[in-house]
Design a protein around this ligand. Structure first.
Ligand SMILES: [Zn+2]
Length: 154
């Protein structure tokens, strides 16, 4: 849960700090993901072929990395419906979330991490004297990526 406390308005206390914005977005992200997970699991609770409810085997947690924090939602495993396992070599259990969130990282996070890594390589090249591109544009891009990487903890 996100709580914002302020004593007195000052130049330093006006608005949100970067850390507070990060905490607020992380809190919202957790609530959004929790709601999405609940709906996704409910949608696969019953067999799509015969309509019977899948039997619950156990629940584990999975790690999901997002731009606004790393989450560990519960990931139930269900026993496959007998109508699908009779005479077939189907898996005995399945977990809806591990199938849906197979990548475990959101595309935005993967992209920004790649940009940050690329930027770091560019900075190292610049330190070695490679000045083949526009330093002003690279500086602005570097500043923007630095703020994002601080925000995501990369
Ligand atoms: Zn079935």
């Amino acid at each position: 849960m996100f709580v914002l406390e302020r004593d007195q308005l000052t130049g330093a206390s006006v608005g949100l700090s970067l850390a507070e914005a990060h905490a607020l977005l992380a809190s919202i992200q957790e609530a959004v993901v929790c709601a999405q997970v609940t709906v996704a699991v409910a949608e696969q609770r019953c067999c799509s072929r015969c309509g019977r409810a899948h039997r619950h085997k156990d629940t584990r947690t999975i790690t999901v990395r997002t731009l606004f924090g790393t989450l560990h939602p519960d990931s139930p495993r269900f026993l496959a419906c007998p109508c699908r396992t009779d005479g077939l070599e189907a898996p005995a259990t399945f977990s809806p979330l591990t199938a849906i969130l197979a990548g475990r990282s959101t595309p935005e996070l993967v992209y920004l991490q790649a940009c940050t890594a690329e930027d770091r390589q560019g900075s190292r090249a610049a330190e070695k004297g490679d000045s083949s591109s526009d330093p002003a544009a690279e500086g602005a891009a570097h500043d923007q990526r630095r703020v994002v990487s601080q925000f995501v903890g990369a």
